[in-house]
Design a protein around this ligand. Structure first.
Ligand code: EZ4
Ligand code: CO
Length: 402
């Protein structure tokens, strides 16, 4: 029997920080898992190195479900981003190994293709409305069929979702950047630029918007109602989702579809949202919601309730997560859309991925396993540097949700 011989945790910063797990079997087969938790990277690295790797060695790499249960139930302490990201890394690496042993791409192990390609959405942004419109035009020219639009709120200053260089990177400072927030200014302004996008480009593409947990339920209801004529594909994270019941109030007021889940880590965190049809798209991901095994379970629950998938795919999720996401996306019956932002060139020097973009959609690699390789030597040129996500403060100085 093949056994797990070695598991190594790599921490590197090729363009941004990534934590990567590589499992090697006694037959010399390797598998990769992403373990990146933006701003809390070293907590997951330590969890893996100190508490998971010693228990992995000697186990049967073929027993993916059993290993998942062992690390979830066996820890006694449940859920939470650090634990679930660590379990995800192990799970993803074991699927990679299983694919390589079988000689099949992971999507074939998940039941094969349900669709020809995986539609993605791009991130258009601007410091004002004209620059946002230029950015939307650019993504339309690149062939994207779905675009998320965000613009900085005038007179308030920094906001989430607005790109500074060629790559969107919110975790840019050694200490958390403190950014001002005004709900009143946002509610006045955001609908106007979404309307400007529709006025200029029409309706033959999908338009998305991320509220990034900034509104209360009744404010979100007002926002959703106000932008109904823009026919958004979704409004994302309209209010924080610790309170799943909060979404009922939004639902009572608006037909603007709702997407939630990029910061949630388990099926229990979305159970009510899904079973009571309080959302339309679930945004949980491979890396933060327990790997391919657990995400598939969430997606199957969602399918029962006509909730579609829309996995998080910002650049702080490594190319290993993107590859795994595309294998799942192409296979599940209830796929909706996949978030996609191109990684920095340095990132792609370290992670060699077979995922391909064409016509506004991604294709999984046809190589056995996930189809991603990690270049350990190249990674050594990019040492870890502590970086934090920003913190938002209302104009009176109190902390708001970022
Ligand atoms: O702010 O990934 O929809 N995408 C997002 C992201 C998140 C970051 C947090 O690390 O909201 O850009
Ligand atoms: Co988001």
């Amino acid at each position: 029997m093949s056994t797990i011989e070695r598991a190594e945790v790599f921490v590197a910063s090729p363009g941004r920080n990534f934590v990567t797990l590589r499992i090697t079997t006694s037959d010399g087969v390797t598998g990769l898992g992403d373990a990146t938790l933006n701003g809390r990277e070293l907590a997951v690295a330590a969890y893996l190195r100190e508490h998971v790797v010693p228990l992995l060695v000697g186990r049967d790499p073929a027993r993916i479900e059993d290993t998942w249960q062992y690390f979830y139930r066996g820890a006694y302490w449940r859920r939470g981003p650090v634990t679930m990201t660590a379990i995800a890394a192990v799970d993803t690496a074991l699927w990679d190994i299983k694919g390589k042993v079988a000689g099949l791409p992971v999507y074939q192990l998940l039941g094969g293709r349900s669709r020809d390609a995986v539609m993605v959405y791009a991130h258009a942004s601007g410091t004002d409305v004209p620059s946002l419109l230029d950015d939307v035009a650019r993504f339309r020219d690149l062939g994207y069929r779905a675009v998320r639009a965000q613009a900085a709120v005038p007179d308030v200053g920094g906001t989430y979702g607005v790109r500074k260089g060629s790559v969107y990177e919110p975790a840019a400072s050694a200490l958390p950047d403190e950014q001002p927030w005004s709900t009143e200014a946002y509610l006045d302004f955001a609908p106007t630029y979404l309307e400007a996008v529709r006025d200029r480009f029409g309706f033959d593409f999908h338009l998305l918007h991320d509220v990034h947990h900034r509104l209360t339920p009744i404010e979100a209801a007002r926002f959703g109602k106000r932008v109904e004529d823009c026919r958004l594909f979704w409004m994302e994270d309209p209010t924080p989702a610790e309170d799943q019941e909060a979404f009922r109030l939004i639902r009572q007021h608006t037909t603007t579809p709702i997407a939630v889940g990029e910061a949630l880590t388990s099926i229990w965190d979305v159970q009510r949202l899904i079973t009571e049809q309080l959302i339309d798209y679930v945004r949980t991901t491979v890396v933060h919601a327990g790997g391919i095994t657990h995400l598939r379970r969430i997606f199957d629950l969602a399918a029962l309730h006509q909730v579609r998938t829309g996995s998080h795919g910002a650049t702080d999720l490594s190319p290993v997560t993107l590859a795994a996401a595309v294998h799942l996306d192409v296979a599940v019956p209830n796929f909706g859309i996949q978030e996609y932002m191109e990684h920095a060139p340095e990132t792609m020097e370290v992670f060699r991925s077979g995922v391909r973009f064409a016509d506004g959609a991604l294709q999984p690699s046809e190589a056995p396993g996930l189809g991603v390789e990690y270049d350990e030597k190249a990674a050594e040129r990019f040492p870890y540097e502590g970086r934090y996500l920003p913190v938002a403060r209302r104009l009176d100085g109190s902390v708001h949700d970022w």
